[in-house]
Design a protein around this ligand. Sequence first.
Ligand SMILES: [Zn+2]
Length: 495
Amino acid sequence: MTSDRAGDGVSVTGPPPGRGRPVAGERAGRLPVTEDTVRRWHAELAWLPVGGVRPGVLIEAAGGRFASVRPDVRAADVPAGTVRLPGLTLPGLANAHSHAFHRALRGAVQAGQGTFWTWRERMYQVASRLEPDSYLALARAVYAEMALAGITCVGEFHYLHHGAGGVRYADENQMGRALIEAAAQAGVRITLIDTCYLSGGLGNDGSPEPLAGPQLRFGDGDGDRWAQRVHALGADRHGLLAAHARLGVAIHSVRAVPPGQMHPVIACSHAFGAPLHAHLSEQIAENQACLAAHGVTPAGLLDRVGALGPRTTAVHATHLTGGDIEMLGGSRTVVCMCPTTEADLADGVGPARALASAGSPLSLGSDSHAVIDLLEEARRVELGERLVTGQRGNFGAAALARAASVDGHACLGWPEAGEIAPGALADLVTVALDTPRLAGLAEATALESVIFAGTAADVRDVVAGGRDVVRDGRHLLVGDVPAALGGAIRPLLAS
Ligand SMILES: [Zn+2]
């Protein structure tokens, strides 16, 4: 079953993967399981949307979706051929904010001192070296690392669109297609959040600064030309790009998209029912520049152009006013927190509790991939809140688990994923409980133990769309994930 497809020369030109090769139920939005076979698993413990953690859960799937879920079934009573899942089984986790190529910077940017802005310069150096084939290899390895961590769906906030100097590839979407193919090869679902990125920042007089250097690769000229390219990706009217891929759109930030250019992005979101994401108030300097240029905060600017709402996700939302929190919560805009990146970049701690209380669902992202571990992202939301407020108990384990699963999937346009329930996409993540970190836990508090002490290294088995992706800690499609990562990253960092 195991194969390593590195170097198999997969082309990233031409139509999106999956196109022209329809499989049963492709448009139903599931991973390309080859047939509608029935599969069964018996989870020692499973976290269910009703009843919480239950023992002896018999889970049945057909055609990539759960067909039935029954707790309290004794091992002696399960049908022949049922796969045993020792540990705590969770639904698939959603990584709602990723820039795959930032993975190459891990560790290297920890040497010496620096700021967000010096980190950004190093990030641009890596960006300047990537081409479609090398990006396919890197993203495939990064998404495989995500699968090993229990992530079955990634929201790829994609802005590295063009070649050096901004020269278009023969297929203007070649980089985006490389990411879609990478996700297929790694066995995860993807929302390709195609990002509009037009200017290099806001000048002192409030005018947008032109793109320069590596940033030229990000730009499409204006919002309409961005939209033309995105339409050429070939999504159907529901936003599906392939069995495992759907379209999302993004306003990179108020720094990178002038308000007069935001409408094509919003219109594209409406046309495809596509999730709309935006970096928001990650840095105080961004707020100051936006106030100086437009007289409102970044949240106020997005509200002014009609960009907020339940299909929108504000990424970071770290430095907010009380009015911003009311606007985001009142509009039911999702907030994606990326706590390990926000800590790594010294951004600050966003007001998660206030946002959730105001009405914003929370999701989680590993963003710059300082680490890829959604369990750590989840607990850091609560731990950050404790450090800021001096109070415990702001978010319970179930609320944090929902952010990592069902709410994360919803903000990526997959509301049918993220719960172990009949009808949902058949994604399962089993966390081993016999590891040094989790051994000895009490069954009644298994979810609390996993969320507050578990790590990506404790993930043992992963099923996505009814298909085994990780078995006993080993990636079944990529094989040697560390070798794939090393092989993809070393050429990017070589001097
Ligand atoms: Zn980001």
